[in-house]
Design a protein. Structure first.
Length: 282
């Protein structure tokens, strides 16, 4: 069984919350950073947006256009740490969904986290152990130290909710998710996906990080995501455009390259219900 996208919501928060001093959190951060010779910069935190994963995820649930039942799997994927790293956000979200999900987070993967989460969920679905997935991808920018990726890019506080199930063939379904080592260029990874693409028009959806010369491996039209997201970029644009793209493209190839590690990722979604494909079946 393949996971099919049933609903989605996106959130970008250019605003923020007032900084509230938390002595326990500051003590934890000092202990965590001291062995690396890094000092907590409370002034930087005061200038930040101070929005945590729980706030982002709960707002996404309110924005999702369709009501859904309790998902079999609930996964939170993130590349940057939460503002409150000791809070278990998936447990809270599980309770809001009814408390019946297998819930966990995928972290320490950088930009790869959402792609990794989809591979895990796909394995569950193909084994028959899960028929639905709520995937949250969250990114917040309040850190107790300066990070060039966050502060010099700069990044926005953003998040995505993608809800998949296996109960319908209508819509984009996940057919592949691939990772490459740091020594494998994105162009080579993309070229390897060409034989697996279903018939019909396809679109390459590229994050802001790969260089232009790496995007020619499939010889497809390219939708380039705007800067502002680290691990949320291609997923934000998938939410914004998937309904429009479903009328034009039989396949979407989502790709990005982690600027920290050089490792590239690809996910392929297929929609057999695109008008051109329907006509060919008649």
């Amino acid at each position: 069984m393949s996971l099919t996208l049933r609903g989605a919501a996106a959130l970008v928060r250019p605003d923020g919350n007032a900084y509230e001093r938390d002595e326990a959190l500051l003590a934890y951060q000092r202990d965590l950073l001291a062995p690396y010779g890094i000092e907590v910069d409370e002034d930087l935190m005061k200038q930040s947006r101070n929005i945590g994963f729980r706030e982002l995820a709960e707002e996404l649930m309110d924005r999702c256009p369709s009501p859904f039942g309790t998902p079999d799997l609930l996964i939170l994927a993130y590349g940057l740490p939460d503002r409150y790293p000791l809070k278990t956000v998936t447990t809270r979200l599980n309770a809001l969904f009814g408390g019946g999900s297998r819930s966990f987070a995928v972290s320490e993967n950088g930009l790869r986290a959402p792609f990794t989460a989809l591979r895990i969920a796909d394995a569950y679905a193909r084994s028959g152990k899960a028929a639905s997935l709520a995937l949250f991808v969250c990114e917040q920018t309040t850190l107790p130290y300066r990070d060039p990726l966050v502060h010099d890019t700069p990044l926005l506080d953003s998040a995505v909710l993608l809800y998949f199930d296996t109960g319908t063939d209508t819509g984009y379904r996940l057919i592949a998710s691939r990772a490459a080592g740091s020594d494998v260029p994105l162009g080579e990874l993309l070229a390897g996906q060409r034989p697996a693409l279903p018939p019909g028009p396809a679109l390459l959806v590229a994050g802001p990080w790969p260089t232009d010369d790496q995007l020619g491996g499939l010889d497809l039209p390219v939708h380039r995501c705007q800067p502002g997201g680290y691990c949320t970029s291609v997923w934000l644009d998938l939410v914004r455009h998937h309904e429009e793209w479903a009328t034009q493209y039989a396949s979407l190839v989502l790709c990005d390259t982690d600027p920290r590690t050089g490792r590239s990722q690809v996910a392929v979604l297929s929609n057999a219900d695109v008008p051109e494909i329907r006509k060919a079946r008649l």
